[in-house]
Design a protein around this ligand. Structure first.
Ligand SMILES: NC(=O)c1ccc[n+]([C@@H]2O[C@H](COP(=O)([O-])OP(=O)(O)OC[C@H]3O[C@@H](n4cnc5c(N)ncnc54)[C@H](O)[C@@H]3O)[C@@H](O)[C@H]2O)c1
Length: 488
């Protein structure tokens, strides 16, 4: 247990309330409201932050994989396409998956990586190897933090799939371990690198939407049959849906929106209220299973849809939604509104001051003007680069520039200091306990004290934002309203 977690709150108190209420950001409202030591200080500038952590650049990056299921195998393929990546070891509790991953590495012309398949703790031996720079973790949610902490304690940078952590205690464990070991700890929120998300980010930093006041984010992904499937080892998500209520997968939607709003780079999440609907849809699908199927005895704690409303320190609002059971098309919502315009995704559309009533749906002029150069390059016709597949491209952009440059992430967005959501939640919790006279205003409160204020403000914008800001299109820069004729 980290020094923070042990001194600041009772894990038992946390666990007792953890299933009781809903949350944004992967943390339950019950946990946020109770069990915390009112005297616990907010972390301030004295912390040995990893904000500017830099290591010497590497010629090649030696990667060890823990978890080569669906996501691990997909990322393995992406990383094997990058010339400076060498996959030295793979680990999974299912031996066939280790063999499959080894074969994929061999097929790409690399030496067979060492395999670890001897059980739940085989990853520890992988982390002890002396020929790894980075450990990539794509296992079920509750194993991310123990694995990342083990990797960092063995001197390896850790890259965690989302969600990086499940509790505030775990968040602090990551932060404390990274700050102690001086290893990078990356939350691999690939949605920050999506084509539309980077387009919107660039438009935001160029001022196209004016001063932002509101954003909406979500993970709305109908997956009832997937959740109910009974393949060995494949039903771990159902375990969480059965026991936790709240937003179980916040970062795909909230990650990009946090970049738009400059969360932890001038603004921060201040307080929230969150609630879930009743559970019905997954239960109805379960009831349609054949009589006698043991799954018919299961029940689910997670409501059909969770909705969280956050207010930031600068008085802006964010709506965050989560549902994996509602019958509807996929959406991460991805909406942002400012004083001169609004962008909405799914499908992408916008409206700016001066435009006729209705949405502008042909965004090609905006892609032309504000599109990310990497996406333009990758979308260009021609061998090798024309990849219209949004998910895959996000995945390629996300991990590639990470260690060779020495900093945690080239375009940034996911390094230790930007574990934005959990850390903000931690502030929320601490201040909730500090309120004179008792509890928070709603279910929760998150108002950081002056020390934290300084702490957040001194962070520079992430590399992703700096990169977007530095790239000013000529015509837009000349235009008074930053939108120019095309912005109208
Ligand atoms: N960023 C994205 O777009 C994205 C997409 C899908 C999944 N994910 C995340 O990736 C992670 C994995 O999801 P998935 O869909 O690949 O699940 P999965 O079940 O397909 O794969 C998980 C793998 O981890 C292995 N595993 C479990 N415990 C282990 C242990 N102790 N040691 C070694 N291996 C172990 C399992 O055997 C399995 O092969 C999750 O955190 C998920 O949220 C992210």
């Amino acid at each position: 247990m980290s020094p923070h977690s042990s001194r600041s709150y009772s894990r038992r108190g946390f666990l007792a309330t953890a299933g009781a209420a809903s949350s944004g950001l992967g943390l339950t409202a019950g946990a946020l409201a109770t069990g915390f030591d009112a005297k616990a200080p907010c972390p301030g500038p004295a912390r040995n932050t990893c904000s500017a952590l830099k290591h010497p650049p590497l010629e090649r990056v030696r990667v060890g994989f823990i978890g080569v299921g669906g996501r691990g195998m997909s990322l393995l393929g992406n990383l094997l396409d990058i010339p400076h990546v060498e996959v030295s070891a793979v680990c999974d509790v299912v031996p066939e998956r280790v063999k499959r991953a080894q074969a994929q590495v061999r097929a790409k012309g690399q030496a067979e990586p060492a395999g670890y398949d001897s059980g739940e703790r085989a990853f520890e031996a992988l982390c002890r190897r002396d020929d790894l720079d980075l450990v990539y973790i794509a296992t079920p949610w509750d194993s991310h933090v123990p694995m990342a902490v083990t990797a960092m304690r063995q001197g390896k940078h850790a890259a965690l799939e989302v969600p990086a952590a499940l509790t505030i205690e775990e968040c602090w464990e990551l932060v404390d371990t990274a700050e102690t070991t001086r290893c990078h700890c990356l939350m691999l929120e690939n949605c920050c690198y999506g084509e539309i998300e980077l387009l919107v980010l660039r438009m935001v930093v160029q001022g196209v939407f004016g001063e932002l006041t509101h954003a909406e984010a979500g993970y709305l992904h109908e997956a009832r049959d997937y959740l109910l499937q009974d393949l060995p080892g494949a039903n771990w998500r159902r375990r969480f849906v059965a026991t936790l209520d709240g937003n179980l997968y916040p970062t795909h939607g909230l990650g990009p929106v946090a970049l738009y709003l400059g969360i932890h780079a001038g603004d921060r999440l201040d307080h929230l209220v969150s609630m879930s609907s009743r559970e019905l849809a997954l239960g109805r699908r379960r009831d349609a299973l054949p009589a006698g199927d043991p799954r018919r005895r299961e029940s689910f704690a997670c409501g059909d849809i969770n909705t969280t409303l956050v207010r930031t320190a600068l008085g802006r609002t964010i709506l965050v939604q989560f549902s994996m059971v509602q019958s509807r098309p996929y959406s991460r919502i991805n909406m942002v509104a400012g004083t001169t315009g609004t962008f909405c995704d799914y499908p992408p559309r916008l409206h700016l001051d001066g435009q006729p009533e209705g949405w502008v749906t042909d965004l090609s002029p905006y892609h032309e003007r504000y599109g990310h150069p990497l996406w333009k390059q990758l979308n260009a016709p021609g061998p090798g680069l024309g990849r219209p597949w949004r998910h895959g491209l996000r995945d390629e952009l996300a991990p590639d520039p990470v260690p060779p440059r020495g900093t945690a992430a080239g375009p940034d967005g996911v390094r230790c200091r930007r574990l934005e959501l959990p850390r903000a939640a931690e502030h929320r919790v601490r201040r909730a306990g500090q309120r004179p006279g008792g509890g928070p205003r709603f279910h929760t409160g998150c108002v950081a004290g002056p020390a934290a204020e300084v702490h957040w403000r001194r962070f520079e914008p992430s590399g992703l934002v700096r990169h977007a800001s530095a790239w000013v299109p000529q015509k837009a820069a000349e235009s008074a309203d930053h939108g120019g004729p095309m912005g109208r």
